[in-house]
Design a protein around this ligand. Structure first.
Ligand SMILES: [Zn+2]
Length: 689
């Protein structure tokens, strides 16, 4: 039910869920844009910090962003504001307008609209999402059959049979979590992984002593959901205690976030016979058979200790608890498509967790649900409206420049042998590049039926129909060789990623716009913006996890033993450097959890400053733009949540921590002296690449 595996394989630049924006968008500008300070002169030295009485020597991030952030309000229905968020919302507005056009056409031409056309699906999905009475009348709709199956199970075998059937029909699961993904050892084919169980807010939050009050709210949320499944209040309270304790117990044997991407830890191939031994006799067979997964020649166990722990629960005594847990996971997963009351319960909990003050409007929720569900369908429309082919060429040549510079960076390393350097450069030279949008658009929902209310349709059944359609497409896909043309992000996503099993860097259309990239801006600013993002993704090929994959995207150690030991030593220095930094209100950054992202930031900064040096570009402009793209503010609740769930350091640390470790920064700002907060002594400046 949690769908995290992609993030295990692909380290992204920033966690972001929604949608992005279009260049040249008209309409009123949000206040934060109007108050954003511009450089006072060509030197790139801003007036912003001076007006705000912040010295760049003390806090470069606040020097650049402080005044603008002071004047920026976090929107009531959001957990924060950032440049990513701003572009997200712009893309949402573009696609919301597309949706409204479809709705207007649909009202006028209802009779002529082709049954099963994309327009019909968009219109009826949105309209059933807006039909609150229809949602109430539908109750659990088609989900009820799966919930009843779980409720009726009187033995562990029957329970696992139902859990397997749910996976087979919908591709979701709770206690045993099968997930298909590229085989790390042979990335041309798919492999079946078994990941950890659904832990709700996650191991780090469940185990955080500062979050005990929040966990009480979580318990109340579970209880409310259980009441919605028909339990009496007292029974629901008891169930909630049991479910929370189960998740906490499983969290004890779960991998921390810092280990979840490490192939040395998570790639554990088992034969069917070996896998069955992790569980009590006969239980794994029952699940695999019902899930139609029993014919595989290998199974990869991601979290071995947790699988053994789960095995300990597969007995008659724990059956009532397991049934309640799976019911909760099912309703929690589908809550956004259920009755308005269940949806609101779900949103209240999620908003509380992130300090969001207002619930989004029904219209916004329905539009987002439609845009997110039909992500690539909307992505195609987004690209037609918002992406220029000439930008694509410009972006590609910039990436080639970065790859060439990175090659020199590797050649000049003093701690690495020529043998390992040759392998690293081979990996760099084989790196695949994707810019803007996919060459081939997925068509996963071709066979899905989305029915209007008049035809008896409702939101939960439409959502299940779409999910079943994509599940059927996926089942066929996983039997075929991996299609390397596929994209893991929609073009309207304001983000970028490196996929280690394809050795590829991917830049969706929506990040290729200001403040990241502006065809009219100077080279130094674009280097500090999109150049930094590009070199960051390239660096993921050489972070602690990414560097264990070869040029073909296979998990294969290409390092000499001595060089790997030196790398590990340097990585430990990076971990310690960040572990000492303030994350939020006295809580320190988790240097292990953020290690790979920090390695990517540091490697990226070394690369882009080397290019600037070679070309004589204005370093002040470069650093200023780098600080600008990370401008953000979050509610205190969201800041704490991110410290537990984000593999990136907080934005201010990404700026100040990286720049303080960069020699070129001191060249650009010679006024920074020992004793200043931004100053780090030359021998303490961490560097790997
Ligand atoms: Zn990253």
């Amino acid at each position: 039910m949690k769908k995290v595996f992609f993030t295990i394989l692909a380290a992204m630049i920033v966690m972001s869920l929604a949608f992005a924006g279009c260049k040249g968008k008209t309409g009123p500008k949000p206040e934060e844009e109007q108050t954003q300070a511009k450089p006072a002169s060509g030197t790139g030295k801003a007036s912003a910090g001076e007006a705000n009485h912040i010295r760049l020597e003390d806090d470069y991030y606040d020097f650049v962003n402080g005044q603008m952030l002071n004047n920026t309000k976090i929107p009531g229905d959001a957990s924060g504001w950032s440049q990513f968020y701003k572009l997200d919302r712009e893309a949402y507005e573009v696609l919301n307008e597309v949706l409204n056009e479809v709705l207007r056409e649909s009202v006028n031409n209802r009779k002529n609209e082709k049954e099963g056309s994309l327009e019909q699906k968009i219109a009826d999905l949105y309209l059933t999402a807006m039909d609150m009475e229809g949602r109430r009348a539908a109750g659990f709709g088609g989900l009820a059959v799966y919930m009843d199956g779980i409720s009726r199970a009187s033995t562990i075998e029957e329970y696992l049979e139902q859990a397997g059937k749910i996976y087979n029909d919908l591709g979701v699961s709770s206690i045993i979590l099968p997930q298909w993904s590229e085989d790390m050892s042979n990335s041309t084919r798919y492999a079946l992984y078994f990941d950890g169980a659904d832990l709700g807010p996650g191991k780090e939050t469940l185990e955080d002593s500062d979050q005990e009050e929040l966990m009480n709210h979580y318990r109340n949320y579970i209880s409310q959901i259980m009441e919605d499944t028909g339990m009496k209040k007292e029974e629901a309270d008891r169930a909630a205690d049991g479910i929370l304790n189960l998740q906490k117990d499983l969290a004890g044997s779960a991998l921390p976030l810092s280990k979840q991407g490490d192939p040395d830890v998570i790639y554990n191939p088992y034969t069917g016979e070996e896998l069955k031994k992790l569980f009590p006799d006969g239980t794994m067979e029952t699940f695999l058979k019902a899930a139609d997964l029993n014919e595989q020649d290998q199974y990869i166990v991601v979290q071995v200790d947790q699988m053994k722990k789960i095995g300990g629960y597969l007995n008659q005594e724990s059956l009532p608890l397991l049934k309640q847990y799976t019911l909760f996971c099912l309703v929690n997963d589908f809550a956004p498509s259920l009755t308005p009351e269940i949806r609101d319960t779900y949103l209240e909990w999620n908003n509380l967790r992130k300090g969001i003050k207002e619930r989004k409007t029904d219209e916004k929720l329905a539009s987002e649900l439609t845009q997110n569900t039909l992500g690539f369908e909307f992505g195609k429309l987004y690209v037609e409206k918002c992406f220029s082919k000439s930008d694509k060429k410009d972006i590609e040549s910039m990436i080639r420049l970065i790859l060439a510079s990175y090659k020199k960076q590797i050649e000049n390393l003093t701690w690495m042998s020529d043998e390992t350097k040759a392998s690293a450069i081979r990996k760099l030279e084989h790196m695949n590049l994707k810019v803007g949008y996919p060459d081939k658009w997925p068509n996963d929902y071709k066979d899905a039926k989305v029915l209007s209310a008049e035809e008896g349709g409702n939101l939960i059944d439409n959502s299940l129909s779409l999910l079943k359609a994509v599940n059927e497409v996926n089942k066929k896909k996983y039997k075929e060789p991996v299609d390397k043309g596929e994209w893991g992000m929609t073009p309207q996503t304001v983000n970028a990623y490196y996929n280690p099993t394809a050795n590829e860097i991917v830049f969706p259309a929506a990040i290729l716009q200001p403040p990241f990239y502006d065809p009219k801006a100077d080279f130094a600013s674009n280097l500090g913006g999109i150049g930094m993002v590009m070199a960051h993704e390239v660096s993921h090929a050489f972070d602690s996890s990414g560097s264990l994959y070869d040029e073909n995207g296979n998990y294969h150690v290409w390092w000499t033993k001595e060089d790997r030991e030196k790398f590990d030593e340097l990585a430990k220095q990076v971990e310690d450097y960040y572990s000492g930094m303030d994350g939020f209100q006295g809580r320190k950054v988790n240097g292990a959890q953020t290690l790979n992202e920090n390695i990517a930031d540091l490697g990226s900064m070394a690369c882009i400053t080397a290019i600037a040096d070679e070309k004589g570009s204005d370093l002040n402009l470069l650093f200023r733009q780098y600080a600008t793209i990370w401008a953000s503010k979050y509610t205190p609740e969201a800041m704490l949540d991110r410290l537990n769930t984000d593999s990136h350091s907080p934005a201010k640390v990404r700026v100040n921590g990286v720049l303080s470790a960069t020699d070129a920064f001191y060249k650009a700002y010679p006024e920074i002296k020992e004793g200043d907060a931004m100053y780090v002594a030359p021998d303490k400046r961490v560097k790997i690449w």
